[in-house]
Design a protein around this ligand. Structure first.
Ligand SMILES: [Fe+2]
Length: 302
């Protein structure tokens, strides 16, 4: 476990009020309780795919992106998987070399292109880990497999999540879950890649329902679709983040697909800021100005 910042002293009055009323007034309660806490910000980068098409263009772009991330606001960086493309082991040291340009903590999870044994060897021994960021507890786990685009949550992982969320509740922390493949169901015109019923879908939905007053957001990579998200399960914001290598416009909003997908598809990263009961996402295309923004009200289904 790593700690990026110590928690501030919480508003005792807000905490007590929340504890008493949460069963009935959860959206207002979660929002009010989150609003009473200090501002937090961090950077999300994902799907760098070093070695893509056996060329060095992805590595060069990652070097540029890492240089920018180092200068950007945000106290820590999350990489949501597919560090390298197609399990190319020789790319991990190249990734790490540019990662050293970032003078703040960086925490990765594996994607379906990252063999777990190579992730353990080059990045971190245990893919499941807990990162403390102020009043937010980030739970990182691997739900990807090399032989599938779908997501997989084992009974052991669900038990770990359950126990971590329970602990967060006792510690009065809020939770951000990070796993490469989205859990939210999606079908055409989306990719159709998610945690299917036979791989933990129902159990995960039940976890979201049970800890809806604790889980602020569930964050993913994998889609290469810019910022693509949903907010229709228990007030939790489920979001796939833009690839730092390439993104595609699938025309989702034009086709009235559920959820949101702002029109920005350049390669880049995202600055996340939690403030006044809302989570703001700012899309930063590499080598360009800040682009689209998405405001997510904490604890509220829109
Ligand atoms: Fe992926």
């Amino acid at each position: 476990m790593s700690r990026s910042r110590e928690p501030r002293t919480l508003s005792r009055r807000a905490t007590l009020k929340c504890g008493v009323a949460s069963a009935i007034l959860w959206p207002t309660c979660l929002q009010a309780s989150a609003a009473s806490r200090e501002e937090l910000s961090f950077v999300i980068v994902t799907d760098t795919h070093l070695g893509y098409r056996d060329q060095d263009s992805a590595a060069k772009l990652w070097q540029k992106t890492a240089t920018e991330i180092n200068q950007s606001p945000g106290n820590l960086v999350l990489h949501l998987g597919d560090i390298v493309d197609g399990g190319r082991e020789e790319q991990y040291p190249i990734y790490l070399e540019s990662r050293r340009l970032i003078q703040k903590p960086v925490h990765e999870i594996p994607g379906n292109h990252d063999p777990e044994d190579l992730f353990r060897k080059h990045i971190r021994e245990n893919p499941s880990t807990v990162v403390e960021h102020g009043w937010l507890r980030l739970l990182l786990l691997n739900n990807a497999r090399r032989d599938s685009h779908d997501g997989f949550l084992s009974a052991e992982q669900l038990t770990w999540l359950e126990s971590q969320c329970g602990q967060a509740e006792r510690d009065d922390r809020f939770v951000c879950l990070c796993m490469h493949v989205p859990a939210h169901p999606n079908r055409h015109p989306d990719r159709g890649w998610y945690v299917k019923p036979e791989h933990g879908h129902n159990e995960f939905n039940e976890l979201l329902r049970r800890f809806q007053t604790r889980i602020v957001t569930v964050m993913h990579g994998h889609f290469h679709n810019g910022i693509r998200g949903w907010n229709d399960r228990h007030g939790v914001h489920e979001i796939c983040f833009p690839s730092a290598l390439y993104n595609l416009d699938r025309g989702l909003e034009k086709q009235s697909a559920p959820g949101f997908n702002p029109l920005e598809f350049r390669a880049g990263y995202t600055l996340v800021t939690l403030r006044d009961g809302a989570m703001k996402l700012q899309y930063k295309p590499t080598a360009s100005e800040l682009s689209v923004e998405k405001e997510c009200v904490i604890g509220k289904t829109t």
